[in-house]
Design a protein around this ligand. Structure first.
Ligand code: ADP
Length: 458
């Protein structure tokens, strides 16, 4: 087949350079009479300005423009089917009978020797009469409805990617076929390759975006189910632990106050320790229960008009026993009460948590300062310590559920990572907030704000 008079191996071949360089080379090599610039201008007019390019619209307009410029009755792009050894017709072909492009398929394989195999896989250009040439025999049946006397086919390549071929058919006599017609098709195939490449790049970006979105959705789904598992566990564990713990606490209290008779001396010393541990577990359990309620939207505040200073005093009194020997909570409060609408127990819990942390995370036993003041309609409760501090990178995790900061040097300090989460949620439910200023190794300052009621109720 290589010796066929229909086939010509061109000087400028796509794939040996970038598609743009190929196109430029093609235009340079065009014979003067082909009037390359005008031709190119007419073909360019056919490219839709849309961004991203709608490939079907583009092929529709380009095949029509080629037909006009090359004076061919029918023009089509044949697309290689990667999986099967054939060429399909691009649906927006110009000038073909109804149904032809959707049905007709042309065998084509890299190892084949038929005319189109040489065009698609070996870069040959085909131009000539259909009727007389025996080399056209394999295509005669397919091409029969086209009523064509001459055919031109040029390779359609984008770099190394052999996309297929651009073909034109016309009923004119073979002698009317000019070299110019082949050039038109070659330039048009180069243009189409550029647009195709761009379209493919856009498709790849979209596919990547979609893949990324799918990955993120799956990840979010997994996170949501993990969160749900955590919530379910909190709810279940706190409910199941509540009654045995209260029974245990009840009996220990009876033992401690002597209601169950005198205790042997060693037990007498152990009972207060056990009671303290049960109380610690109760605090933990209350936090778990409150968190479970918060997440099920069952947490309701019991608001009453109260002096915030008084609430803070109560919290200090409750937390003071946890201080290390010599460690103090220095309280600085205004002389006048600061009234707010607060849930006493919850507000105390918030302040207790801040104070408890301040003591706990000051392993050197340094003092903790608690200052209450009024600021722009809010009570400000500032808890300042000189303890281990918090690195800036860790701050975003502080108020998250189970957000403990794992550092070797204070891994031994017990905690759940629920305290600050709950404290801030409760503060926000009151219309206030908690903020923090801290730096690693330089102590921390947590500030709780709670809205004040302006006019005392009578
Ligand atoms: P925990 O029960 O672990 O103390 P919290 O929610 O109260 O839980 O606190 C979350 C984390 O914030 C703690 O594990 C700790 O790492 C850090 N943190 C809280 N308060 C302080 C503080 N005053 N100084 C240093 N780190 C703190």
């Amino acid at each position: 087949m290589l010796g066929s008079p229909l086939l010509k191996r061109p000087d400028v071949v796509a794939g040996e350079r970038t598609t743009l360089a190929y196109l430029a080379g093609l235009l340079h090599a065009m014979p003067a009479e082909s009037d390359g610039l005008r031709l190119l201008a007419r073909l360019f007019d056919a490219i839709p300005a849309d961004d991203p390019v709608e490939l079907d619209v583009f092929f529709g307009q380009l095949t029509r423009a080629i037909a006009q410029v090359a004076e061919a009755r029918r023009v089509a792009f044949l697309i290689r089917d990667d999986d099967r050894a054939w060429l399909k017709w691009q649906p927006m072909a110009y000038g073909f009978p109804d149904d032809f492009v959707s049905r007709a398929r042309i065998p084509c394989s890299p190892t084949g020797t038929a005319l189109l195999d040489q065009v698609v896989f070996k870069d040959f250009i085909l131009a000539g009469p259909i009727a007389e040439e025996p080399a056209f025999a394999p295509y005669r049946d397919v091409l029969q409805p086209l009523d064509a006397a001459i055919a031109i086919a040029v390779p359609w390549r984008a770099g190394d990617d052999r996309l297929g071929a651009l073909v034109a058919f016309d009923p004119r006599p073979p002698q009317a076929l000019l070299e110019r017609h082949t050039w038109v098709l070659r330039v048009a195939a180069g243009l189409a390759a550029i647009v195709w490449q761009r379209g493919r790049a856009e498709r790849m970006v979209t596919e990547r975006d979609e893949q990324e979105a799918r990955r993120l959705r799956a990840y979010a789904g997994r996170l949501a189910s993990l969160e749900k598992a955590k919530s379910d566990f909190l709810s279940l564990a706190s409910h199941e632990l509540r009654s045995p713990l209260s029974v245990l606490g009840g009996y220990l209290s009876l033992l401690a106050d002597g209601s169950l008779g005198d205790l042997p001396p060693q037990l007498g010393q152990a009972v207060p320790v056990m009671l303290a541990k049960v109380n610690q577990m109760n605090v933990l359990l209350t936090r778990m229960l409150e968190t479970a309620r918060l997440e099920d939207s069952r947490l309701q505040l019991r608001l009453e008009r109260l002096d915030v200073v008084d609430v803070v005093r109560q919290a200090v009194a409750a937390v003071e026993p946890m201080a290390l020997p010599g460690q103090r909570i220095v309280l600085d409060v205004p002389a006048r009460p600061l009234y707010g609408l607060v849930d006493r127990l919850r507000a105390e819990t918030i302040v207790q948590n801040l104070l408890d942390n301040a003591l706990k995370y000051s392993p050197g036993g340094t003092d903790v300062r608690c200052t209450v003041s009024r600021q722009k309609g809010f009570a400000r409760v500032c808890v300042r310590d000189q303890g281990i501090g918090i690195a800036a990178a860790d701050v975003p995790r502080l108020f998250t559920r189970f957000g403990r900061i794992a550092r070797d040097e204070h891994r031994h300090i017990a905690g759940t990572g629920l305290g600050l989460y709950l404290a801030r949620e409760l503060a926000r439910m009151h219309g206030g907030d908690i903020t923090v200023v801290s730096a690693g190794g330089q102590g921390s300052e947590f500030t709780l704000t709670l809205p004040l009621v302006t006019k005392p109720k009578r």
